[in-house]
Design a protein around this ligand. Sequence first.
Ligand code: ATP
Length: 480
Amino acid sequence: MRVQPITNNIYVNKNINNRKADVISFQGFFNQAPSITDKFKAGLAALDNNTIFVVTRNKENSDFYLSRYIDKIDIPVHKIVTLEAPLSDDDKVPYVKDNFVVYKKDNQYKLMPLDSGYSVLRFYKNSHSLGEKIKNGEVTSIPYDSMIEIGGIDIKEKYFVFEDIKYNPSLADKYLKVNNNIATPEALARFNSQAFISINSHSDKQDLKTGGKQFTFADVGGLDDVIEECKKYITRPIEYPEAYKNIRLNKGILLYGPPRCGKTLLGKAIANEVGAKFAYVNGNEFKTGTVGSSEGNVRQAFDKLINDAPSILFIDEFDSIGKKRDGSSNARYDDSVVNQILGCMSDLEKNDALSFVVAATNRKDLLDPALLASGRFGVHLEIPMPNEEALSQIFDIHSKNKPFGDDISKPALINMMFKNSFNGSDVAECITNAYFNALERLGMYKKMDAKLFEYSDIAKIKISQGDFIKSIEKIAKLKG
Ligand code: ATP
């Protein structure tokens, strides 16, 4: 199964057990229904003869079981609406504990748990378990009222779901659970502590676990041509392997170019686009200091890559292990690692597994020419410093959901960034810094320190042109 989140609450379903499902976009719809309960009701309302509604507290888990049990759903599945449900360790409040699918057939709601083993669906309303005990993958009819209870009606009275994290990047990786009212001093104190449990219906929740967002090509700015090449060499062959039978695929792709312009980001996006496993390794990590074990590490990584297919191994700082061999005794260690990589790449190429190695370097000139040959890393894609158009795209990507004031003149900012040789990372940093400047300028830091910061203050935070200019100047100075 390949189910990929493209944005909150939306999955693109390309292929579930060889069934094709359409792309569905419910974002606007869900945005208009901000509480968990409303989202749940909205999901139910969206059900028709070929739509299922997946409610999940653990996306990976539910994806896994959905692919296993989708054949038990006795309607054709063309669309999937998803909602990440509240998660709580507190049994006293209403919440949905298990992953499940809801669909509608003959005007009846059907429910199927998506969890491991014999699953007890623990749905609570005012501390009462509805007591449904259903085997994983079994389908049960259930009345609409119970559905709503499952969705956690009244939940908004118990919880404040802090959805507008966009207003505060420093909270971007945290979600909030507070009783009743966030604006109380006590709630605010908790607001600033680390002790929050994530409960939001937000796909980024899993980032807390993985430490990395689920990037897609839409998150990569200014590299359309390179993305097209990545589709050609990697993602289309993974998505449509039948179309590439008997074709010798290029298993090694080299991304090269200056630091912080999106090489790693692109590697992650490639993997996420097609639901492939992604492993990141810094070239230096292969090194153990002793001849022999480094080669073992390389071999192990390649074996795992093939085992995990479809998969992508991203080797960062490739030059640290792929330096030109010079045959001297000093270089014996490095040379043997290069030889091992060459051997592994030959094996990988012969293997039918849809596994690719994407290597990244800032110093292509240091690499051993044999590594750059066809059949090894024969595809070389340059990730250059962004030009103004690329900076503009990167700026748009990173400024999504940021509170900009009316005086922002984007062309002037982009031009200033270009003149100061900003890379992609500088653009992202610049927006965060500009936000901090706004907080300071608007006296929010003082309010926070005096515990006077109110929820209503968040809406007052707007980044001005001056905040940006200050931020660009600061970064330009740091760059020297
Ligand atoms: P290095 O060579 O130092 O490993 P890199 O080229 O792999 O750098 P990334 O790690 O991909 O660079 O970029 C760092 C961060 O900068 C990204 O996570 C992203 O936030 C931002 N960024 C860089 N380039 C882009 C881009 N083209 N589009 C959007 N964001 C970008």
